[in-house]
Design a protein around this ligand. Structure first.
Ligand SMILES: Nc1ncnc2c1ncn2[C@@H]1O[C@H](COP(=O)(O)OP(=O)(O)O)[C@@H](O)[C@H]1O
Ligand SMILES: [Mg+2]
Length: 239
């Protein structure tokens, strides 16, 4: 890998649901130690972009490269083993396993990161999970399930996390805890693509912002650029 090579490179990615052409040439880079916020209106294709990168919706055409190696067309588990973790929009826990067992399901050595995540680190982010270690995940609140999903992914020691609307439907205090967690995993060297509907959170935790519209990236800028750009907000983000 060349020094200036992005960790993840996506070029002219197209994807369909049946006959519906949803991704229409998505190109983006994720460099080491970036948190890229992927924002846009509902239906603009943000979740589909993450699914296509992850191989959950096989792309119709285009390139996805992880550290210069093509992963487009690979199976989701291969992409996961290569170091990309995916936290879907819908809570994704093993309902009949305890919190502890769910976390153990996520444990993987990773592929050469300097930082190795521990249970204690997870419980420091979310003390509530520690209190509920022996509780069945299915009986947790939505917020607790979201925390658990993030922690289970982190314990796989990924290079990249793709996180889809982690704060949706959460109480303000939990939203803040999730935002703090994302800032800290960034500090520890994990790169993140974050789909986040709450603009204030997206701008607070990201280092760069991509705006999606009509199945492609229509704008790229810093969080400050976006905050100051009323026209952009009106054209691509206002409902
Ligand atoms: N499983 C699906 N089958 C058919 N169409 C879908 C499916 N999921 C999403 N879509 C459509 O694809 C478009 C993009 O959806 P999505 O990527 O979920 O948008 P976003 O996450 O930005 O809200 C929308 O028009 C949506 O209705
Ligand atoms: Mg979505």
């Amino acid at each position: 890998m060349k020094p200036d090579e992005p960790l993840l490179r996506v070029r002219e990615l197209h994807a369909h649901y049946g006959k519906s052409h949803v991704l229409r040439g998505v190109s983006l880079d994720l460099r080491a130690k970036e948190v890229v916020a992927l924002i846009g209106r509902n239906g603009s294709g943000r979740s589909t972009t993450l699914k296509a990168i992850m191989g959950l919706l096989p792309p119709s055409s285009g390139a996805v490269e992880l550290q210069g190696k093509s992963v487009a067309g690979s199976r989701p588990y291969e992409i996961s083993r290569a170091g990309i973790a995916y936290v879907p929009e819908e809570r994704d826990v093993f309902a009949n396993l305890t919190v502890d067992e769910n976390l153990r399901m996520g444990e993987q050595p990773g592929t050469g990161q300097s930082y190795a995540w521990t249970f204690d680190q997870m419980f420091a982010y979310f003390p509530r999970l520690k209190e509920r270690r022996n509780t069945l995940a299915g009986s947790l609140s939505g917020g607790e399930q979201q925390m658990l999903t993030i922690c289970r992914s982190l314990l796989g020691n990924p290079k990249i996390m793709l996180i889809d609307e982690p704060t949706e439907g959460l109480a303000p205090k939990i939203v803040a805890a999730v935002a703090d967690c994302i800032r800290d995993i960034h500090q520890k060297g994990v790169s993140v693509i974050l789909v986040e509907q709450k603009l204030a959170i997206a701008l607070k935790v990201s280092t760069r912002v991509l705006v999606m519209g009509q199945g492609r990236i229509v704008y790229e800028g810093t969080p400050r650029d976006v905050a100051d750009n009323d026209q952009l907000l009106a054209d691509w983000l206002a409902v």
